[in-house]
Design a protein around this ligand. Structure first.
Ligand code: SF4
Length: 320
């Protein structure tokens, strides 16, 4: 079955599949697994034989999939976003809400799936009417995801792909995704490297995430292409979760975004932070052990209004 929505729109990878370029990109991405530099950690392990910091081998590891109605309205639309939650992660965020699937290498809640099975999942989500195929936490599994995309595109997959990442992405990998990904939706978690080191376990988060976001912006610009229901079909949407005590550096990140890329880049500002995972147990993380205050939220919204302009911002105050 192919939905009306899918027939009406052809994602970028459909053209690349027809020309043979998609298969060539999959081959180049797959080659990175042999001496892994799929993400900025650059573990340099052969993932067909051993595991790097993400604890993920040469097969995709999927935790769950299905239509999701809780993303931003332009992503979920009326029929849901076709989320594929990838297990494990290349970051170690101490406050991760999904730590049961993201930070349990060797004992995660997901299972390894081959290219054929993953392609069938993609097609199932399209057939269920989802507006898009939403790769959640893809940064460490891009070669596997694209291998399956080659199979699914041959069988009629045509909905746009959402690259829904933590922002800690390799620019080399993103260059190989040009024309494959239609919707870039990265996080920008911190402005201060010390916060990235203490809270997510990497020394260079702001530097790497800013380079990745600049590459996404280079590929797709700030303009949006929308479908008939107002759903996003092509564009960039940057997510920024506001943390207590200014730990996300929201104002500094917005200033960088406005001055280095563009003040019109769409930002999804999120108020939904809740203490989770290691935060309630570790005394050294007491500065994260509460939701943000209304005053902190007001300051973040004021910073957004001060630095950015345009009509695309998705300000999500979720209290209680
Ligand atoms: S994808 Fe995994 S193995 Fe490869 S560099 Fe990143 S953390 Fe290391």
């Amino acid at each position: 079955m192919t939905t009306t929505a899918a027939r009406a729109f052809r994602a970028g990878y459909v053209r690349l599949a027809r020309s043979g370029e998609l298969e060539e990109r999959a081959r180049k991405l797959d080659a990175l697994l042999a001496d892994c530099r799929v993400c900025p950690r650059e573990c340099r392990v052969d993932r067909r034989l051993e595991l790097g910091d993400c604890g993920t081998g040469a097969a995709a590891v999927v935790a769950s999939w299905g239509p999701h109605h809780g993303e931003e309205p332009v992503i979920s639309g009326s029929r849901g976003s076709g989320t594929v939650f990838l297990a494990n992660c290349n970051l170690r965020c101490v406050f991760c809400q999904n730590h049961d699937i993201s930070q349990r290498p060797g004992a995660f809640g997901g299972r390894a799936v081959g290219d054929e099975e993953l392609a069938a999942i993609y097609l199932e989500l399209q057939d269920r009417g989802c507006h898009n195929l939403n790769w959640v936490s893809p940064s460490h599994q891009v070669p596997q995801l694209v291998r399956a995309l080659v199979v699914a595109a041959r069988r009629g997959l045509a909905i746009p792909i959402v690259y829904n990442s933590n922002g800690y992405d390799s620019v080399e990998v993103l260059e190989l995704l040009e024309g494959i990904v239609d919707i870039w939706m990265p996080d920008l978690k911190y402005a201060d490297p010390a916060a990235g080191r203490r809270l997510s376990g990497v020394d260079d988060y702001p530097q790497r995430a800013r380079a990745a976001i600049a590459e996404m912006h280079r590929q797709i610009g700030g303009a949006w292409e929308l479908g008939p229901e107002g759903e996003l079909r092509r564009g960039l949407l940057l997510r920024m979760l506001v943390l207590p005590n200014g730990l996300a550096g929201t104002e500094a990140s917005l200033e960088w975004l406005a001055t280095t890329l563009s003040p019109t880049v769409a930002v999804s500002l999120l108020a939904q932070y809740r203490p989770a995972h290691r935060v309630p147990q570790v005394p050294e993380l007491a500065d994260l052990d509460r939701p943000i205050s209304r005053d902190e939220w007001r300051q973040a919204v004021a910073a957004l209004e001060r630095h950015m302009r345009g009509e695309r911002h998705q300000v999500q105050a979720v209290w209680g």
